[in-house]
Design a protein around this ligand. Structure first.
Ligand code: DON
Length: 582
């Protein structure tokens, strides 16, 4: 079947194949309930055995089962989707320390049942003592200090954000929301193979930066099946429950962070901690084929780049069939252009002029569309790099909808797995998010992103993120889909493809998630595809069109979708986690 589609497309010029697709009227979410079977490569490794979970009233999706159970516990106690999301966030710091950690930061997009939408930016900031060239040595070379060690840490933001979310939109007391996380830290939980494997993979880092005290007592990894208790973390969580954000940003927890910084030559001071504030922002709005998008504005690039890519795709009345070379080419070309803008023009809008309105306009998409040749890849260099002058995982998404119709999409990160420093006295890891800044224009960061000076380090500034918690409303204004992902810049591609798979390709929730994905971030100038995700015919066509193909994973998303009798939720079988509802 797949081969037939590819052959059919090869027999006509690709540009013609795209142009000849007929347009269709705007899709309503109800009509999308009739799912089409997509044609994935015959040997595609993700089978549809790991199906979406259905529930009539509410749904929680997170990367770790116990944290998902915590979200449900809070909903059962009468909490709303914001309470449940915050409870999941605090629980993840206990049960999913590689990513869901209070030493990091994140973003939340909230859509209340009354239609009000808001975004919460609780991204880390650069400490006051940081400087633009702090990760460049005397010879002018970039150091690894933005990734490894104490100076890699931005001012931790997660606690301020989670507390602000409950204070503004929650319906339960903070202490109630924190209770399950405290219980898990104090009484412990059984280490499963996923956690054991994750700790084993990061063993060297844990030994180097102090996490060994908790996770490798006596030098041995906590074994599978053992009960892991985290008394220092429990004390920290109890302080937050009793005092709110002050319990973290002042007093013993703040002291522990500052003395760890002093011990390891880090920059975060008591004044940095005291000054940290999360920021409420209007949700970034866009539209795609009659559906409305509520997404994250800067300091994340996630919303802007997602909307820009979808706008470019929308200039095609109908996309070619899933998996075809023609489709993959258009998708990658749209991503390539949106990432070119992202890398050169976006940063923390409180410190520079981020042209979000221009980049998310339909007109801008039409201008980019004119540069796309339906049968030929465009080299990024020939698109003219607008990168500014002077040039010369870990992350976790979680999603909650409640029975009243409130919806919350959150993504939080330490940047790379376990960040880079463990604050032993207080029981948590600190992020290495400073690497998301432009360390040096022209030098790729840990995700290969080549970014411009607009994202340079400035004290108090937030590094540009790709995190993309997104809520999609159907043409009737009802919440239709919630999405988020991990994977650095590939977060954006993961989220885009969940949306396009659902809206354009009419895939089921299960297929939308298991479908093979691709990614293009302008530089490096290559089309990343999952191994086995493209037929060899499609690969040959794409290569003939001038694409440089590279193998790689593309995000690890989470998805909730409205279906006629409730909700479906699904985690990515590529990694795991749990979707469960009420
Ligand atoms: O904010 C960002 O864009 C990155 N710090 C996200 C890092 C990430 O997704 C790591 N996971 N693989």
């Amino acid at each position: 079947m797949r081969a037939r589609v590819a052959l059919a497309l090869l027999s006509v010029p690709l540009g013609l194949a795209i142009a000849s697709c007929v347009s269709r009227s705007s899709t309503r979410s109800d009509s999308l309930a009739e799912w089409k079977s997509p044609s994935f490569p015959a040997d595609w490794r993700l089978r549809d055995t790991q199906r979406a979970t259905h529930a009539p009233a509410a749904m929680v999706v997170s990367s770790e089962s116990l944290a998902t159970e915590v979200g449900l516990e809070i909903l059962r106690r009468g909490g709303n989707a914001v309470d449940a999301s915050v409870a999941v966030g605090f629980a993840l710091t206990v049960t999913y320390p590689e990513a869901g950690n209070i030493g990091g930061g994140g973003y939340m997009v909230i859509r209340l049942a009354n239609g009000h939408a808001e975004a919460l930016d609780y991204r880390e900031t650069a400490p006051m003592a940081s400087t633009q060239d702090m990760f460049v040595d005397a010879s002018g070379a970039a150091t690894d200090g933005s990734r490894i060690g104490h100076r890699a840490a931005g001012v931790p933001a997660a606690v301020a954000g989670l507390v602000a979310a409950v204070e503004k939109h929650g319906s339960l007391p903070l202490a109630t929301v924190l209770a399950p996380a405290i219980r898990l830290a104090e009484n412990g939980f059984v280490v499963d193979s996923a956690l054991h494997y994750s700790l084993r993979e990061s063993r060297a880092l844990l030994l180097r930066f102090g996490g060994a005290r908790v996770f490798l007592p006596n030098g041995e990894l906590v074994p599978r099946g053992a009960r892991l208790t985290q008394p220092a973390l429990a004390r920290t969580l109890r302080r937050i429950a009793a005092e709110g954000a002050r319990g973290f940003y002042a007093g013993p927890v703040a002291d522990a962070i500052v003395s760890e910084m002093q011990r390891g030559g880090g920059l975060i001071t008591a004044a940095d901690l005291a000054a940290y504030r999360p920021i409420w922002r209007p949700a970034l709005r866009g539209s795609y084929r009659g559906f409305a998008l509520l997404a994250m504005p800067p300091s994340s690039s996630g919303g802007t780049t997602t909307i820009e890519t979808l706008n470019i795709l929308e200039t095609y009345p109908r996309l070619p069939p899933f998996g075809s070379a023609a489709y993959t080419h258009l998708l990658a070309s749209a991503q390539q252009r949106a990432f070119l803008d992202r890398n050169a023009r976006l940063g923390d809008a409180d410190f520079m002029d981020a042209p979000v309105r221009e980049l998310t306009s339909k007109e801008h998409a039409r201008a980019w569309r004119r540069t796309i040749d339906g049968s030929r890849a465009t080299r990024t260099a020939s698109l003219g790099s607008p990168l500014a002058k002077r040039e010369g995982s870990e992350t976790t998404p979680y999603l909650v909808v409640d029975a009243a119709g409130n919806a919350v999409a959150t993504t939080t990160t330490l940047n790379s797995l376990y960040g880079s420093v463990f604050v032993a006295e207080a029981g948590f890891f600190l992020n290495n998010t400073m690497d998301d800044f432009t360390i040096q224009p022209g030098t790729p960061n840990m995700f290969g992103l080549v970014q411009g000076e607009q994202n340079a380090i400035v004290p108090g500034k937030r590094p540009l993120s790709a995190m993309s918690p997104t809520i999609v409303l159907d043409p009737d204004g009802k919440v239709f889909l919630l999405a988020g992902s991990r994977g650095g810049p590939r977060i954006i591609s993961g989220v885009i493809q969940l949306i396009v798979n659902t809206i354009d390709h009419a895939m089921s929730t299960t297929d939308a998630m298991r479908a093979p994905r691709v990614h293009h971030q302008a530089l490096p100038d290559e089309l990343v595809a999952e191994v086995g995700g493209l037929t060899s015919a499609a690969r040959d066509s794409l290569t003939a069109m001038g694409h440089t193909l590279a193998d790689g994973g593309v995000g690890l998303p989470a998805l909730i979708r409205r279906v006629p009798n409730g909700w479906e939720g699904i985690v990515d079988a590529r990694r795991g986690g749990r979707a469960k509802g009420l």
